[in-house]
Design a protein around this ligand. Structure first.
Ligand code: SAM
Length: 266
């Protein structure tokens, strides 16, 4: 019922207004908690509230702690397959730096760190506030402003989940272009656990292995949603990358976890 209502709002063009109203309510609700958290970390920079809301959830403690946990998780997952040393590492769709801000400390090891996003405000904020990382802006569609074969690791957390089918094909090719042969791509998608959020027609499409998109809003925005059946992802990688790991998302206390795909450029 909730999903049908959201789809209707999307169709009649009211989704942005409702989403902004939701933001103002949450900002008010979390105001004192957020203020208290920021006071405890006077030496850290925190992005403005809408940036945190749009890319994650409006809770500064969770923005900070989950970013650190995610950075540690990326390192742990990659350690299963490769030795990270002297690497060039790119956060594609870095948003306001939730994860990349922690990586120089967590990985270190003579690596160089980069971030890219299509939203100029995120890139400007990150470049001003996050040390030891180089930020560049890309457009909604490729290219990235990096050289062919420049990266050892590219990760994209919840980026494909906001892109059209056409962009999936374009971006896989582009992410693989900037990777060295043997380089690793680490991405998250909406997998089987999110079937419970789909309406009947979407589910039918998903079960056939087709990408499902909820469009009617600007592509790349948080309200543009894409669901990726594993069969679709495998087709996307075929002949270009070897799947090292696919982990299906689970129901977590905070919501539905995304699927993780770790692939190696052939
Ligand atoms: C859900 S947020 C995730 C942000 C960040 N990866 C994180 O985990 O905190 C999605 C991000 O993808 C960015 N984005 C959407 N489409 C993009 C594209 N085509 N290229 C680069 N970034 C994109 C948005 O601006 C936003 O920062």
């Amino acid at each position: 019922m909730k999903q049908k209502m959201v789809n209707l709002l999307r169709r009649v063009g009211l989704i942005y207004i409702i989403d902004y109203a939701r933001f103002t309510v949450i900002r008010q609700k979390n105001n004192s908690k957020n203020k208290a958290f920021k006071k405890r970390y006077p030496n850290e920079s925190f992005p403005p509230p809408y940036m945190v809301y749009e890319t994650f959830r409006l809770d500064y403690q969770r923005y900070f702690d989950s970013g650190k946990d995610t950075a540690e998780w990326i390192k742990k997952e990659i350690d299963n397959f490769k030795i990270i040393k002297n690497w060039n590492i790119l956060d594609w769709g870095c948003g306001p730096g939730r994860v990349i801000r922690h990586l120089p400390t967590i990985i270190g090891n003579d690596c160089s760190f980069f971030g890219s996003d299509y939203n100029p405000e995120y890139v400007t904020w990150c470049a001003k506030n996050i040390p030891n990382v180089t930020f560049k802006k890309n457009e909604l569609n490729p290219p990235l402003l990096f050289n062919t074969g420049e990266m050892d690791l590219v990760y994209g957390l919840s980026i494909f989940t906001h892109l059209s089918e056409h962009s999936h094909y374009e971006w896989i090719d582009e992410l693989l272009r900037v990777l060295k042969p043997g380089g690793v791509l680490f991405i998250t998608t909406h997998g089987d656990i999110t079937k419970q959020n789909m309406i009947e027609a979407e589910l039918g499409q998903y079960e056939k292995g087709e990408l499902v998109t909820r469009s009617n809003v600007k592509e790349g925005h948080r309200m543009y949603v894409a669901y990726q059946p594993p069969a679709f992802m495998e087709k996307l990688f075929a002949h270009k990358a070897k799947v090292l790991s696919h982990q299906s998302g689970k129901q977590q206390s905070w919501g539905l976890q995304q699927d993780l795909w770790i692939v190696e450029k052939l």
